[in-house]
Design a protein around this ligand. Structure first.
Ligand code: GAR
Length: 207
């Protein structure tokens, strides 16, 4: 194996997926290959981004599968079919159970739009995170890339970047600045870093 197969899980617009695809096209993701995109939402624009880049996209919806067990079994089957080594949650809005996350220890990455441990945990996602930061009146926020475990936003932190809040910010302007100045830079960097480590581990195991 000389490349780590990456699956990106999405639910919406997929700008973080786009950042990963762009990094790959620019030769900045040399240790990993985006091999699969899974969307929890039929019709998510992220699926179009995957198609544009020639990456297979599949929908696995919690609602349509009927139960958490069936939902995760559907995901797991795709991960095996595509020989996936690393999962990246990029705006994935469905919950993954401990049964699932424990099968992928330090093999699932997530990007969260705040400086964890601020404004994170259950119910804190998307615009809500930025609304909470503005409500609290913090002057600095940012983004975090971390490993995923059974605790929401509780896994080991890999990378963080701070972003200043402007006096006239709305949740929408802040969300965009955090993406532009932090998320879209950190996520490809983390993907490369973790992929390189996985490759190194595999090589050592073969020695
Ligand atoms: C991103 O800001 C991401 O950090 C956030 O959702 C947005 C998805 O945008 N994720 C979370 O809040 C997870 N807790 P995208 O679909 O354009 O990448």
């Amino acid at each position: 194996m000389n490349c780590v197969n990456i699956a990106v899980f999405v639910s919406g617009g997929g700008t973080n997926l786009q950042a990963l695809l762009d990094a790959q096209a620019a030769g900045k993701l040399t240790s990993g290959k985006i091999s699969l995109v899974i969307s929890s939402q039929p019709g998510a624009y992220a699926l179009q981004r995957a198609a544009n880049a020639g990456v297979p996209g599949h929908v696995v919806s919690r609602k349509e599968t009927g139960s958490q067990t069936a939902f995760e079994a559907g995901i797991q089957a795709l991960l095996e079919e595509y020989h996936i080594d690393l999962i990246i949650l990029a705006g994935f809005m469905s919950i993954l159970s401990e049964g699932f996350t424990s099968r992928w220890p330090e093999r699932i990455l997530n990007v969260h739009p705040s400086l964890i441990p601020s404004f994170c945990g259950k119910g804190m996602y998307g615009l809500k995170v930025h609304e909470a930061a503005l409500e609290k009146g913090v002057k600095v926020t940012g983004a975090t890339v971390h490993f995923v475990n059974e605790i929401p936003d509780g896994g080991r932190i890999l990378l963080q970047k701070a972003v200043e809040i402007q006096p006239d910010d709305t949740p929408e302007t802040l969300q965009l600045r955090v993406m532009q100045q932090a998320e879209w830079l950190l996520l490809p960097q983390a993907a490369q870093q973790v992929s390189a480590n996985i490759l190194k581990e595999k090589e050592q195991n073969h020695d």
